[in-house]
Design a binder for this molecule. Structure first.
Ligand SMILES: Cc1ncc(COP(=O)(O)O)c(C=O)c1O
Length: 431
């Protein structure tokens, strides 16, 4: 048997039953070539595949697992909840407890509504922004991802501030036409969009620290303009913190950066590995949501008791332990080690990092937006990815995804990742 033969057989079987063999496209490893590893179980900082390989997990379920897998307090909380039934479709005190934790943590949130996925959170936030402002248009930024919401699966049209175009079949031109797509960090384009169409814009949705084109930081000027222009033109500023919420600080990117958006979308860490997401904002805006207001939004499993229990245990643990300073120190150790390894082997690379989120781009130039991210050598990334897998490190399977450290990625694990990269970089040099 080869080291991955069971995964290979499982993938062949899954492909007969599930489109592409996976329930979310990135998992199929399309961007790096080859076949996905099928996972048997996860513990602490490790994934175990069904062929018996143990891998250092650098994706943490694409963000949620900041405390590592199967964290004892979260597991115990889920088991306690499980013993009381799995879903009621009626309110529980746990929902208010998690709401309190979110409101305490995230500076701009006074009220919050729970949903089950980041997609739902982003979609609902947009509906609320439109309902609250009475306007149709929204602004998003190329390279930012907010889930598979129709109006957000849109690319820029031919001119920077003209109508967007669908990026998937099944999205109508009319839907896409209400979305203006601008470059991330594109201050001039943002000013131009507001100058020409400001009174039609309901909201600007942005990943305050972008993670979905690889990690890209916002410039201070871009953040300042986002806040100024939305305020001046009566549009709402929506921070999509599905990835950065509870990751960059307990209060997310907005706490780390000192920003004050009007609305925030949350997910991932919020559910501690179970499906929970949320959108929140000021009391004035959130009371427009049904049943206190007219903007409709609902969910059979919203506020699910197992998921609430996992979320409460996760946020309480993060609040109690404040792991963020240490995550930053260890993130820097990894960044420095990877940068030194790239320099040692003459590999042109740029490393972007914020706390425990990072991306190694195979390009010598700064990565500040989607255009500059796309200059990275994706073929080289694919080779590097497999060389890292062969050395027991499971990176995100695309150059344009952020990697995540957990609190269990200690000095020893970080040094093992650096040592693996030191070898993998050499082999990744040639096709
Ligand atoms: C910033 C951001 N928003 C929204 C989403 C969508 O979340 P979900 O996959 O839970 O629907 C994601 C998913 O990766 C995300 O990174």
């Amino acid at each position: 048997m080869t080291p991955r033969s069971r995964s290979s057989a499982a993938f062949a079987h899954a492909k007969k039953l599930i489109p592409g063999g996976v329930n979310s496209p990135a998992r199929a490893f399309g961007a790096v070539g080859g076949e996905p590893l099928f996972i048997s179980y996860a513990e602490g900082p490790y994934l175990h595949d069904i062929d018996g390989n143990r891998l250092i997990d650098m994706i943490g379920s694409w963000g949620p697992m900041i405390l590592g897998h199967s964290q004892p307090n979260i597991r115990a909380a889920i088991i306690r909840a499980l013993e009381r039934g799995t879903s009621y479709g009626a309110p529980t005190e746990a929902e208010s407890r998690l709401a309190e934790l979110v409101i305490d943590a995230v500076p701009s949130i006074e009220m919050v509504r729970f949903v089950s996925s980041g997609t739902e959170a982003a979609m609902s936030a947009i509906r609320l922004a439109r309902g609250a402002t009475g306007r149709d248009r929204i602004v998003k930024f190329a390279g930012c991802y907010h889930g598979h919401v129709d109006s957000l699966l849109v690319a820029a049209g031919s001119a920077a501030t003209t109508l967007g175009v669908p990026t998937s079949p099944g999205i109508t031109k009319a839907t896409a036409a209400d979305t203006i797509v601008l470059p991330f960090n594109g201050c001039q384009e943002l000013e131009e969009a507001f100058r020409s169409q400001g009174d039609t814009i309901a909201c600007v949705m942005v990943e305050p620290v972008a993670g979905n084109m690889g990690l890209v930081m916002p410039t201070p000027e871009f953040r300042r303009l986002l806040r100024e222009l939305t305020r001046k033109h009566g549009a709402l500023l929506v921070y999509d913190e599905v990835m950065t919420g509870f990751r960059l600080a307990l209060g997310g990117a907005q706490e780390m950066l000192g920003d004050a958006p009007d609305m925030t979308a949350l997910g991932k860490i919020l559910g501690g590995g179970l499906p929970v997401a949320a959108y929140g904002g000021s009391r004035e805006i959130m009371t427009k949501v049904m049943p206190s207001g007219p903007v409709y939004q609902a969910g059979t499993l919203s506020g699910n008791p197992l998921a609430m229990a996992a979320g409460i245990a996760t946020l309480e643990e993060l609040k109690r332990t404040n792991p963020y300073p240490r995550l930053d120190v260890l993130g820097r150790r990894l960044e420095d080690g990877l940068r030194a390894a790239c320099a040692r082997h003459g590999v042109p690379a740029t490393i972007n990092r914020a706390g425990s989120m990072w991306t190694l781009f195979f390009t010598p130039d700064p990565v500040t937006d989607y255009e500059s991210a796309k200059k990275a050598d994706t073929a080289r990334f694919g080779r590097f990815f497999w060389e890292m897998i062969n050395r027991g490190v499971y990176l995100p399977c695309s150059q344009f995804e952020a990697a995540f450290n957990s609190v269990l990625h200690d000095e020893a694990i970080i040094d093992r990742i650096i040592a693996a990269a030191d070898e993998a970089l050499v082999y990744s040099a040639s096709a």
